[in-house]
Design a protein around this ligand. Structure first.
Ligand SMILES: *Cc1c(COP(=O)(O)O)cnc(C)c1O
Length: 426
């Protein structure tokens, strides 16, 4: 067959874009060559509906092995009793939990989407908000941290059946014991979505939510540095509290309900090539080098936040405990919106995303903030000195968003600097 040069040229352009730029999108990372190799392998050809040892297709003996290794490694990383590695994405992992735990119309609680929550935690345009009934908790206006007292008051009033911790733009550690206490008070399932900080948790740099939450979900492609995908984990399996019975009259455990919710509930055949790549990435996480990487991610984020604050920027909650931070642009540049800032920085090959800040005065389309993160650039070998330089470059661009000359000058410099920070061989 003739090689599809049209598409491979486009892939090469994307490769060059990734090589030349400073990648600061908090949810992105660069996977290793062996993770990519597993993803681009013949495992994509195999249908394997079901789970290892219990499949609906023949010829699954080999993919059973890689899926079982992915399961065993993930259990070891987070000290989990049970995991499911089949969700195609983080949003799918959450959708499966909703299906397993809630009935349509049931109330649940998550962090307000305008304040760092995620689409799959109750957005009106997502299944979570269409099928179920969300009520949100908020951040404290002064501290920029989750207001747990308000969370408790709302929970006692609304009696949600599930409470979700975790978000997409929250840079602080979560008070998991307090949240479990609130969940227990109202008889709710406590779900933690650790999609963002999972890699730092894996390295022991942040608290492990599996000790407190009934159920934990994650993506595998953010700080975990694996292929694009999702996982579900349980620290200790438990009986389904709503007592749904099987046809034979047995009460199903939560792990059984979750397995059924992923397949056949919301998905068909698992992506065995991606699951093999998840296994490879989990193997990398179990190496000592990953701990060093995660520690550097955290150090770099702290230094970047400090450097930006020194330049007069407001960081929501005045710092970070993890890999990410939210810059409230209004303090330094009242006229500058997140969309304009994102466009100017992207033009200078500094890739960031606009983001609403808590109690934002602008729309989700414009926003007053940008979100920054260090997982990707740290994979390329960046240390603290580069963080200080990045803060200065960001400041230079944001001080001259309409000046093409400055943007070109910064971009040339960025491209030059990034030559010293290789990505994996490909
Ligand atoms: C990124 C993210 C997800 C969703 O991941 P996708 O793989 O894009 O579906 C879910 N929850 C949180 C908190 C996230 O940050």
């Amino acid at each position: 067959m003739k090689r599809d040069e049209l598409i491979f040229d486009i892939i090469e352009k994307e490769h060059q874009r990734q090589l030349k730029g400073m990648e600061l999108i908090a949810s992105e990372n660069f996977v290793s060559d062996q993770v990519m190799q597993a993803m681009g392998s013949c495992m994509t050809n195999k249908y394997a509906e079901g789970y290892p040892g219990h499949r609906y297709y023949g010829g699954c003996e080999i993919v059973d092995q890689s899926e079982q290794i992915a399961i065993d490694r993930l259990k070891k990383i987070f000290d989990a009793e049970w995991v499911n590695v089949q969700p195609h994405s983080g949003a799918q992992a959450n959708a499966a939990v909703f299906l397993a735990v809630l009935n349509p119309g049931d109330k649940f609680m998550g962090l307000n989407l305008d304040q760092g929550g995620h689409l799959s935690h109750g957005s009106a345009v997502n299944t979570s908000g269409i099928i179920y009934a969300p009520c949100a908790y908020n951040l404290d206006r002064e501290t920029g941290r989750v207001d747990y007292d308000e969370m408790e008051a709302i929970a006692l009033r609304e009696k949600p059946k599930m409470i979700i911790g975790g978000g997409s733009a929250y840079s602080r550690e979560w008070d998991y014991p307090r949240m479990r206490d609130i969940a227990d008070k109202v008889g709710a399932i406590f779900l933690v979505d650790m999609a963002h900080p999972a890699g730092l948790i894996a390295a022991g740099l942040l608290n492990n939510p599996l000790k407190y939450a009934h159920i934990v979900t994650s993506t595998t492609h953010k700080t975990l540095r694996g292929p694009r995908g999702g996982v579900i984990l349980i620290g200790k399996d438990f009986e389904n509290p709503w007592g749904k019975k099987t046809k034979k009259g047995q009460i199903r455990t939560m792990s059984q309900l979750l397995d059924s919710a992923v397949f056949p509930g919301i998905q068909g055949g698992p992506l065995e090539h991606v699951i093999a790549a998840k296994a490879v990435a989990f193997g990398e996480i179990l190496q000592p080098e990953f701990k060093e990487y995660a520690a550097q991610v955290k150090k770099n984020a702290a230094v970047l936040a400090q450097a930006l604050m020194k330049l007069g920027y407001k960081i929501v909650s005045d710092g970070t405990d993890n890999h990410s931070m939210l810059v409230d642009l209004r303090t330094k540049f009242p006229e500058l919106d997140g969309k304009t800032a994102e466009n100017a920085l992207v033009a200078a090959d500094i890739t960031v995303n606009k983001n609403m800040v808590p109690y934002d005065t602008r729309s989700a389309f414009k926003t007053s903030g940008i979100r920054l993160g260090t997982p990707a650039i740290t994979t390329r070998g960046a240390k603290e000195e580069l963080m200080v330089e990045i803060a200065a470059l960001i400041d230079e661009v944001l001080s001259h968003v309409n000046d093409e000359k400055t943007i070109v000058k910064v971009r040339t410099h960025v491209n030059e600097v990034m030559k010293n920070y290789p990505i994996f061989a490909y």
